[in-house]
Write a protein that binds this ligand. Structure first.
Ligand code: T4K
Length: 400
């Protein structure tokens, strides 16, 4: 335990952890089950092209989400690209500036023009009011992003999209297993795109999938994910290779079996963070469940108030890194900064909340290798960081 300034690793002390603790390190399935699944793949000698495991995964994901269709693909970005392209529209798409770059990169690949919106400070996501204020001629669709394992008011966005005749899709890459007003994420809008990346609560090493309740859309999505004419479900001019392999599907199926257990472990870590951070001035844990909602507790998100602590979020990240706590700053620096062309002509005030969140938010480790005892140590360390903020801040000024 760090009791004095000299104990901190940035001041020459021993790091709190002997190995790095990451945000979202892989949830591994039991090895014996992996071996058994791969023996099956070997004996069938069938690795790709809509194999039996991919077909089973499509069926099970649709059932799990409660949507009519699920279409597995190579990753979440590909899921977004195909989903956006399958709308068959051209023009502008309203999208939050506070998101992972892949959200807008997918739109660009689909030939659509991302139009950045600010987000709501309470939810970190789009609201119908913000979207409506950005509407202008040439806008044909909305791409909402469900961040952190919470939903971005999909009911209000559906109502707005209907009223203004806009297509509505969602980036649900963080949202697997979550719900809003008792309705599952994955059942809103024209379709929703999920990620099964290694660091997600459900993973296929790399992978993703799209859900939709629209049969014609599902045909288009299945056609687009494969360049194979023998898998044509509908006539479409543009297709690609977004096919998930049997190896990825095997991992995803095992991860699906383990999902409830992984959410319970995430929730336990979240609750440990909640009690450990409760008395620390200037550090606030972002709640992930409101009434009628279910979260997967994928991310531990903390709001850092520099004015109260006397250290900036970035200074705290540097201190934590030295202690082997590999905190993240999603979605720093914001799309308006990382892809400045998208914000051309927008006054700075138009993205004031995005800017503020990019400066203040911090994600802390939560995964199979981060036990609740580790969480307690991280919280105690943060308490000591706040207690020694003055000395830590002076150290920084003297080394600059
Ligand atoms: N939309 C949204 C809103 C998203 O957040 C994302 C991705 C997407 C779309 C696109 O979905 P995908 O195309 O990725 O399926 C990570 C993930 O790579 C990315 O999937 C995720 N969101 C994003 C929020 O986080 P990075 O670049 O910050 O972290 P990465 O992949 O380097 O991993 C973080 C740490 O985890 C590593 O430093 C070490 C540890 N790790 C990572 C991998 C891959 C492991 O321990 N083992 C591993 O195999 O993006």
């Amino acid at each position: 335990m760090k009791r004095r300034y000299e104990d901190f690793a940035v001041a020459g002390g021993r790091p709190e952890f002997g190995h790095p603790l990451h945000v979202g390190q892989i949830n591994l399935p039991p090895w014996e089950q992996v071996e058994q699944a791969f023996r099956g793949i070997f004996s069938r000698r069938y690795f790709a092209n809509n194999g039996p495991l991919v077909q089973e995964l499509d069926r099970r994901l649709a059932e799990f989400v409660g949507a009519r269709h699920a279409v597995a693909v190579t990753n979440g970005t590909m899921a977004l690209m195909i989903l956006a392209r399958s709308l068959g529209v051209s023009g502008g798409v309203l999208v939050p500036a506070f998101t992972f770059p892949a959200t807008v990169q997918a739109l660009q690949w689909a030939g659509l023009q991302p139009v950045l919106c600010d987000v709501d400070y309470g939810s970190h996501m789009l609201s119908a009011g913000i979207v409506e204020s950005r509407l202008r001629p040439g806008i044909v669709a909305i791409l909402g992003v469900h961040a952190w394992g919470r939903a971005c008011d999909p009911v209000a966005l559906e109502e707005l999209a209907r009223r203004r005749n806009l297509a509505l899709i969602f980036d649900a890459c963080h949202g697997i297993g979550c719900s809003f007003q008792q309705r599952s994420i994955g059942t809103f809008g024209k379709g929703e795109a999920f990620s099964l990346h290694a660091t997600k609560i459900m993973n296929a090493c790399e992978g993703g999938f799209i859900t939709t309740n629209d049969d014609a859309m599902a045909d288009r999505l299945r056609t687009m994910r494969s360049f194979h004419v023998n898998e044509t479900f509908t006539r479409l001019p543009v297709r690609t290779n977004g096919k998930m392999s049997e190896a990825q599907a095997a991992f995803a199926l095992l991860s699906l079996d383990q999902f409830a257990e992984n959410v319970a472990a995430n929730r336990a870590r979240f609750e440990s963070y909640r009690s450990g951070l409760a008395g620390i001035d200037g550090i606030r844990l972002v709640e992930l469940e409101r009434e009628g909602e279910r979260s997967n507790f994928q991310y531990i998100v903390v709001d850092v108030d520099e004015a109260t602590i006397g250290l900036s979020r970035d200074e705290i990240v540097e201190i934590l890194f030295a202690e082997n706590i590999v905190a993240k700053r999603y979605f720093w620096p914001g799309l308006h900064k990382s892809m400045p062309g998208l914000a051309a002509g927008m006054p700075a005030a138009a993205l004031a909340t995005t800017e503020r969140l990019c400066r203040r938010l911090l994600q802390l480790p939560s995964s199979q290798v981060t036990g609740t005892a580790d969480v307690e140590r991280i919280c105690r360390l943060l308490q000591e960081v706040v207690t020694h903020a003055g000395a830590l801040s002076r150290r920084r000024s003297s080394t600059e």
